[in-house]
Design a protein around this ligand. Structure first.
Ligand code: PAF
Length: 282
C-alpha cells in the first residue's frame, strides 16, 4: 500500500489505479476499528482498488470538543489498511487540506439542522466541506460510509444530489450497516474514551433502543416509548440524553407516529467523556 500526503502524487497514484478498474474511497479520521475495516472489505468487493483517507478534520469539531484528544495512530492504522488490501492511503495534513487563504464552506440546510446538528453547530458544514474535497481530490467511482453516522450519510447524499457530484454520483455513495460489539454497542473510535465501568454500562443504549422499537411496533405511543428509552439510559449509567427521536429515514423529519414510510430511531447520549450516537431501523 502506497501512502501519499500531497495532492499531485495522489492524483498520479489514483490515475494509475484506475487503469485496473473502479476505485472506491473509504474516508476516515483514523483510529480504525472493525467498522472501518468492514468498509474496506465491502469496498474491495465492489472495486478493483480501495483508497482510504485518514484526516482528522478540524472543521467538524466545535469549540470545546475533542479535536486535540481525538485518537491519532497513523502507523497502526496504516498497517491495518495494508493488511485489508487497501491500495492507497491518502493522509494529508491540515495545510494540504486547508492551505493558507482557504475560504470555502459547504452548508447543507434541512437535513443538517436537527439531531446532532442542533447540538453541534457547524459540525455538518465541516463534514460536507471535507467530504466534498475528498471526493474532488480522489475522484472515486464509489465511496463507502458507515450507517452508524446516519445523519452524516444523509447530509453527504443531499450534498451529492444538490451539487450534481460526478465522482462519485449520489447513487455511488454506499451506506454500510453498523458493526457492533458482541454486547450490541456500536463500534466507534470514541468508545476508547470509556472507562471500564462506563464501557460495561454503554450497551444500555442499543438495548433501550431495541426495547423502544419493539414497544412502538406493538402500538405504544412514540412519545411514551421515547421517554421510557431516556429513563432507561439515565438509570443505566448515562449522564444525559441529547436526543432520542423517531424520524423519517431519508428526510430525518421527526415522526410523532410510526406511519407507513421507513423510519429510523436516532439517539445521542453522554456517558463519561463520550457522546455516543446510534440509530436503528424502526
Ligand atoms: O465519519 C467520519 O469519520 C468523518 O466524519 C468523515 C466522513 C471521514 C469526514 O471527516
Amino acid at each position: 500500500m502506497q501512502t501519499v500526503n500531497r495532492i499531485d502524487p495522489l492524483r498520479d497514484a489514483v490515475s494509475a489505479l484506475r487503469r485496473d478498474g473502479k476505485v472506491a474511497l473509504v474516508p476516515t479520521m483514523g483510529a480504525l476499528h472493525e467498522g472501518h475495516l468492514t468498509l474496506v472489505r465491502e469496498a474491495r468487493k465492489r472495486a478493483a482498488h480501495v483508497v482510504a483517507s485518514i484526516f482528522v478534520n478540524p472543521r467538524q469539531f466545535g469549540a470545546g470538543e475533542d479535536l486535540d484528544a481525538y485518537p491519532r495512530q497513523l502507523a497502526a492504522d496504516s498497517a491495518l489498511l495494508a493488511a485489508e488490501g487497501a491500495s492507497l492511503l491518502w493522509a494529508p495534513d491540515a495545510a494540504a487540506m486547508y492551505p493558507a487563504g482557504y475560504a470555502t464552506n459547504i452548508s447543507v440546510s434541512g437535513v443538517s439542522e436537527g439531531l446532532c446538528g442542533a447540538a453541534r453547530p457547524g459540525h455538518f458544514d465541516g463534514v460536507a466541506t471535507v467530504v466534498c474535497k475528498l471526493f474532488n481530490q480522489v475522484g472515486p467511482d464509489l465511496a463507502l460510509f458507515g450507517e452508524k453516522d446516519w445523519q452524516q450519510l444523509a447530509v453527504i447524499r443531499r450534498m451529492a444530489r444538490d451539487l450534481d457530484l460526478f465522482r462519485p454520483t449520489v447513487d455511488d455513495i454506499i451506506g454500510v450497516e453498523t458493526v457492533r460489539e458482541a454486547d450490541g454497542l456500536a463500534m466507534s473510535s470514541r468508545n476508547a474514551y470509556l472507562t471500564a465501568e462506563q464501557r460495561a454500562a454503554a450497551p444500555a443504549l442499543p438495548r433501550a433502543m431495541r426495547a423502544a422499537i419493539a414497544a412502538i411496533a406493538a402500538g405504544a405511543p412514540v412519545a411514551e416509548a421515547l421517554v421510557t428509552l431516556e429513563q432507561a439510559l439515565l438509570s443505566g449509567g448515562f449522564a444525559s440524553v441529547d436526543y432520542a427521536m423517531l424520524c423519517d429515514a431519508d428526510s430525518l423529519a421527526p415522526l410523532a407516529e410510526r406511519g407507513a414510510g421507513s423510519a429510523r430511531l436516532l439517539v445521542a447520549a453522554r456517558i463519561g467523556r463520550a457522546r455516543l450516537i446510534d440509530n436503528m431501523a424502526a
